[in-house]
Ligand binder design. Structure first.
Ligand code: GLN
Length: 543
């Protein structure tokens, strides 16, 4: 267990509407506490019945974030990791699916000794157990933050809220804090902010037995003290615990805004935490860089889920981290691979400085991605292929340089004579799709003297994975003869982890997902270096 009797709990709920940024708020609170020298972890409670989001479409759920230990989790865990700079585990995300799965398994084993198995206490006990076991087993946390997915009023989240009510009772009110993120809309016609939705949402929480201690009010503009007073009075919260969450330019400003509003101090006080003065200097510098870039650089992202940017969350954030390191604003140009497939490349890439193809699954748009990789290769545009992106670059290379006619990946064609990307041996006989990919951290040995070696500055790295297919090692010699070299190999399985093209300014493919390990104050070396190369390309392009 990650707790002792001194561990405090913060519960974050959301009211009125979804998409208010509960994940960012939770991550920001985590940062404010960590910056005060406290040990903190954050857990997401997801009310849906899927065991994890691994089998969900990106359109439904956005990105699936993968942890070191190979859990497929909610994209909010990406925010948590990036804000608090800690590696999270499978114990930082729990779904209703997981809760019921373990309760039912226990019932089948006979663990409940003849009792009727019920939501209260069996399901709620399981939820409380998971909140208490969040994070790493080796750490005793000062604070565990638990974010409840969904919005107050959802039927699905009721067992989680009931568990929280019980936990507040068991751990004591002095050790628990309920923070409610709500919307205070501005009605233009009336020229007023409206507090009624917030009152109702807090009332709904109270009906369940939870009294909000702190309100974070999302609002377009600053709200006056008088209004804060009113909100406090109607919601039974002291005025200094009504904190504004006005819209900001970048999500990375949110913790600074909260700090200004006194949230860090307030939490430390209310929970009686032994907190040091906060040190947010580096964070402030980072935000300053993000808001005041010296130059722009344009990167094309060619994928098939481009309508829903959440599908590429970690990539977007990695570019912000890397851009800040280069004092550049990374402008992303979203390219639908299906469009490229239908209409060809045309002049789509004329104004871009680098091209990235991200991960993905399935046939739709695949030829558009292969065409894009070819274009970057032939026109010497910096190219970064991630997972499927790397696989597409290899398919292009096999077809168009090595003249392997109709070369393909076996995910897309079972007939091809040249399956240059093939299913991994251990994947062949799997019948379940959930949780069975090659997931999480794996080692990779890097060849000395290669570009990727120079980028990482080391010959052994560890990166996170999520895939079923791999480079077919039968063709490696042919590729190398023509200039595409496998430069990173897993020492245990011989799987190809990285490739690079010789005679090209920057053409790198990686089977892993570097975007999952980029941190605010520690941009991922691959993204950082890719931006550098793209800035160089821009100079040449404009010269
Ligand atoms: N579909 C590919 C595979 O399973 C790539 C996966 C990915 O890009 N994450 O190997």
């Amino acid at each position: 267990m990650a707790v002792n009797q001194d561990t405090k709990f913060i519960f974050i709920t959301g009211g009125v509407v979804s998409s208010l940024g509960k994940g960012i708020a939770s991550a920001s609170i985590g940062l404010l506490l960590k910056s005060r020298g406290l040990k903190v972890t954050i857990l997401k409670l997801d009310p849906y019945l899927n065991v994890d989001p691994g089998t969900l479409s990106p359109y439904q759920h956005g990105e699936v974030f993968v942890t070191d230990d190979g859990a497929e989790t909610d994209l909010d865990l990406g925010h948590y990791e990036r804000f608090i700079d800690e590696n999270l585990t499978c114990k930082n995300n729990t779904t209703t699916g997981q809760i019921y799965y373990s309760v039912i398994k226990k019932e089948r084993r006979g663990d409940y000794l003849g009792k009727t198995v019920q939501v209260i206490p069996h399901v709620t006990d399981e939820i409380k157990y998971r909140i208490r076991s969040a994070g790493s087993e080796d750490v005793i946390y000062d604070v565990i933050i638990a974010e409840v997915g969904g919005t107050i009023g959802d039927i699905e989240s009721l067992p989680f809220l009931e568990a929280i009510r019980q936990l507040c009772l068991e751990a004591g009110r002095e050790n628990t804090l309920n923070i409610h993120l709500t919307l205070v809309p501005y009605i233009k016609a009336a020229g007023e902010f409206k507090t009624k939705p917030t009152q109702h949402s807090v009332m709904r929480l109270r009906e369940i037995g939870i009294q909000a201690d702190i309100l974070l009010c999302r609002c377009e503009n600053k709200i006056e003290d008088e209004l804060k007073n009113k909100i406090g009075l109607f919601c039974n919260v002291p005025q200094d615990a009504v904190i504004e969450a006005t819209d900001v330019e970048t999500i990375y400003e949110v913790p600074l805004l909260f700090e200004e509003g006194g949230l860090g101090e307030l939490i430390a006080q209310k929970l009686n935490l032994k907190a040091a003065p906060p040190d947010l200097r580096k964070w402030r510098d980072f935000v300053d860089n993000v808001k005041n870039p010296e130059k722009d650089v344009t990167i094309a992202i060619c994928g098939k889920y481009v309508e829903l940017k959440d599908s590429y969350k970690s990539i977007i954030e990695s570019f912000i981290h890397a851009g800040s390191g280069c004092r550049a604003r990374v402008k992303l140009k979203w390219i639908d691979s299906v469009e490229i497939e239908t209409n060809g490349v045309g002049d789509v890439f004329d104004d871009v400085d680098g091209i990235l193809i991200p991960g993905g699954f399935g046939n739709r748009g695949i030829e558009g991605k292969i065409e894009t990789a070819k274009f970057a290769r032939e026109n010497k545009i910096p190219f970064f292929g991630i997972c499927l992106g790397m696989q597409c670059a290899i398919i292009d290379f096999a077809r168009n340089v090595c003249k392997m006619e109709n070369a393909h990946g076996s995910e897309f064609s079972s007939q091809t004579k040249f399956p240059v990307i093939d299913i991994m041996e251990e994947q062949k006989n799997l019948s379940n799709l959930g949780g069975t990919m090659r997931l999480g951290l794996y080692k990779c040995d890097i060849t000395s003297g290669t570009k990727i070696h120079a980028i990482y500055g080391q010959t052994q790295i560890n990166e996170r994975h999520r895939h079923r297919y791999e480079v077919n090692n039968l063709y490696l010699k042919d590729f190398a003869k023509s200039g595409l070299i496998a430069t990173g190999i897993n020492p245990d399985t011989n799987l190809v982890e990285t490739v690079e093209l010789t005679g090209h300014p920057w053409f790198i493919g990686v089977q892993f997902h570097p975007e999952l390990k980029s941190r605010v104050l520690e941009p991922h070396p691959l993204f950082y270096n890719f931006i550098k190369a793209s800035l160089k390309h821009q100079e040449d392009r404009l010269a």
